[in-house]
Design a protein around this ligand. Structure first.
Ligand SMILES: [Zn+2]
Length: 311
């Protein structure tokens, strides 16, 4: 049963100009291109949902309206830094959320066991009330809430192997014991959060796990850390569903960071997560694209990842 692949052409209209998070990434994720690497790609249409209502399970209404208004007004920046938008970015961001929610519907209906959303803009830095790091809405967090409230899932694990700390996802679920969040990320590196001692708060204490990885850590050592720390923690939590924030910027060729993974490492990580999913979650895994800025590394890593998801 091959993994469902979600992509929508509005992803090509989120025009950030000269920027690493570029339209060219959407072009590489275009099924017409991805089929060269994955001939049996199982492309499924992105369905519309009450998308704004689901966004508001995670984000403040004032922030949602700010994003929508900024795009209509043709503003160019959503924050003081690097989150560039254009007139079509709001619609692209809605489709990015819809792709993740469609993935949930497909898996919960039993049509497929795993799914991958190949959409941009990414989401894992977006905070409840603020854009950050090329991210508008927290696709994976909205997906987790959708699985819980629409599909009755209880315990969800989110594995974030993007090379940057998933600070937005962490903030959203920091006090929530129903969502176990684990992030592996290069440290030191932007945004600078994700230290070991950040473990959650209140009822969520112990349900956030941060694994900072030094620059230039060899691939074998990274994978050994994953096996030694992530897998036992996942098994202990026993999630009913596993989500992956799949950034591919820990690849050795990525221009934004200094980790050493090859595309085959992403297949290995996927296999490891799938093993736990088979034990506790009926094999259910949804993966959502985050970063990855070397285009050749991005498409090769994505192909390796979705082929492993389909095994
Ligand atoms: Zn990243």
């Amino acid at each position: 049963m091959s993994t469902a692949y979600l992509w929508h052409p509005v992803s090509l209209e989120h025009d950030t100009g000269v920027h690493v998070e570029t339209i060219a990434r959407a072009d590489r994720m275009n099924p017409a291109n991805m089929r060269r690497l994955v001939p049996d790609l199982n492309v499924r249409p992105v369905e519309k949902h009450d998308t704004v209502e689901w966004i508001l399970t995670v984000h403040e209404r004032a922030y949602h309206d700010f994003v929508s208004d900024a795009c209509i007004a043709r503003h160019r920046l959503l924050d003081e830094g690097d989150t560039v938008i254009c007139e079509r970015s709001y619609d692209a961001a809605l489709a990015s959320v819809d792709a993740a929610l469609t993935a949930a519907d497909l898996v919960m209906s039993g049509e497929c066991r795993t799914a991958f959303s190949a959409m941009r803009p990414p989401g894992h830095h977006a905070l409840p009330g603020r854009a950050m790091g090329f991210c508008l809405f927290s696709n994976i967090s909205i997906l987790a809430r959708y699985l819980q409230r629409r599909h009755g899932i209880g315990q969800i694990a989110i594995v974030d192997w993007d090379v940057h700390h998933g600070n937005g996802t962490q903030a959203i679920f920091y006090d929530d014991p129903s969502v176990f969040f684990v992030s592996l990320h290069q440290h030191p590196l932007w945004p600078g959060s994700g230290m070991r001692h950040e473990r959650g708060e209140g009822p969520g204490m112990g349900y956030t796990l941060n694994i900072p990885i030094p620059p230039a850590t060899p691939e074998a050592e990274y994978l050994a850390r994953f096996d030694a720390e992530v897998l036992p923690a996942l098994r202990k939590f026993a999630p009913e569903f596993i989500l992956i924030s799949a950034g591919f910027d820990a690849h050795r060729d990525d221009p934004l960071a200094n980790l050493m993974l090859t595309e085959s490492a992403f297949a290995t990580l996927t296999d490891r997560v799938s093993e736990v999913a088979a034990e506790t979650a009926g094999g259910r895994v949804i993966s959502v694209l985050e970063g990855g800025y070397n285009l050749a590394a991005l498409e090769k890593s994505t192909a390796a990842h979705i082929m492993a998801l389909g095994r």
